[in-house]
Design a protein around this ligand. Structure first.
Ligand code: NDP
Ligand code: 8X3
Length: 253
């Protein structure tokens, strides 16, 4: 296990869920953090809290990963670890009834946004001959479920892009990993169902989902291996999720 103290870590989508859990975990490792997300209030209060608690260098950047010009305009510092986490699922409609706007938003954030940020950060890593990119894929990038269509396709694209990055960067001294969870209870389902909290809660009814901290722990594992080790892919599910759409639920008493 290597020490990450002083390494600069960029987390996209740090205002909630897995991204926020990563910010907390890497702050505990004494990393310098660059946190991004669209919701400025959450970003600032998390940034203040972690900087005060750990005395670390911390930068917050309000950023929509779909905004290419905005990304190009940022004077990015040297980044040692890029965690491409920002993303979302919207709806569960079958393709014949799907919303084009929702498809566009998922494709723009999950695929194009990940590419835009990566394109901004990777040249610096290549120049320095070191760095690590960890992409948030999903079990949905390995297996498709009814209504998952476009979301699953975006995560399948993340899987392909992770493999592509590893090939294109061969010999550059840069590690590329993906962490691909199944069901994690975050704000993911609230966003997917456009604020319908009861429907979101029902996704995890009677089962024990992963937590954002479980996923951050796997990301930390990838980041702290010896420098010659690349963890290619971590596929993780709750014990209660035997397959992408096979969930063990306890009957209410
Ligand atoms: P949350 O909804 O809790 O967090 C999503 C984060 O992404 C937020 O910080 C949000 O910030 C950010 N985000 C979304 N769209 C954009 C955008 N256009 N620009 C910038 N930031 C954006 O969900 P999770 O923590 O669960 O999701 C994190 C990642 O994990 C996603 O890529 C998701 O697909 C993936 N994942 C989630 C699973 C789950 O079951 N929860 C399972 C497998 C993978 P803000 O709105 O402030 O911009
Ligand atoms: C999010 C988890 O199972 O809803 O990637 O697709 S799932």
């Amino acid at each position: 296990m290597i020490s990450l103290a002083g390494k600069r870590v960029l987390v996209t989508g740090a205002t909630s869920g897995i991204g926020e859990a990563c910010a907390r975990v890497f702050a505990e490792e004494w990393c310098a953090l660059v946190l991004t997300g669209r919701r400025e209030d959450r970003l600032q209060s998390l940034g203040r809290e972690l900087a005060e608690l750990h005395g670390i260098e911390l930068t917050t950047i309000v950023l929509d990963v779909r905004d290419l010009e905005g990304i190009r305009a940022v004077p990015w510092p040297e980044i040692d670890l890029l965690i491409n986490n920002a993303g979302l699922g919207l709806g569960l409609d079958p393709i014949q009834k799907g919303s084009i706007e929702e498809w566009d938003e998922m494709i723009d954030a999950n695929i194009k946004g990940l590419l835009y940020v990566t394109r901004a950060i990777l040249p610096g890593m290549v120049e320095r001959g070191s760095g690590h990119v960890i992409n948030l894929g999903s079990a949905a990038g390995h297996w498709v479920y009814p209504g998952g269509n476009v979301y699953c396709a975006t995560k399948s694209a993340v899987k392909a892009l992770t493999e592509a990055m590893r090939l294109d960067l061969a010999g550059a001294g840069i590690r590329v990993s993906s962490v691909d969870p199944g069901m994690v209870e975050t704000e993911f389902s609230v966003i997917r169902f456009r604020g319908d909290a009861a429907r979101a809660k029902s996704v995890y009814a009677g089962m024990t989902p992963l937590t954002a901290e479980d996923v951050a722990d796997a990301i930390l594992f990838c980041a702290t291996r010896s420098p010659h080790v690349n963890i290619n892919e971590v596929v993780m599910m709750p014990v209660d999720q035997a397959g992408i759409a096979t969930v063990n639920r306890k009957k209410p008493a």
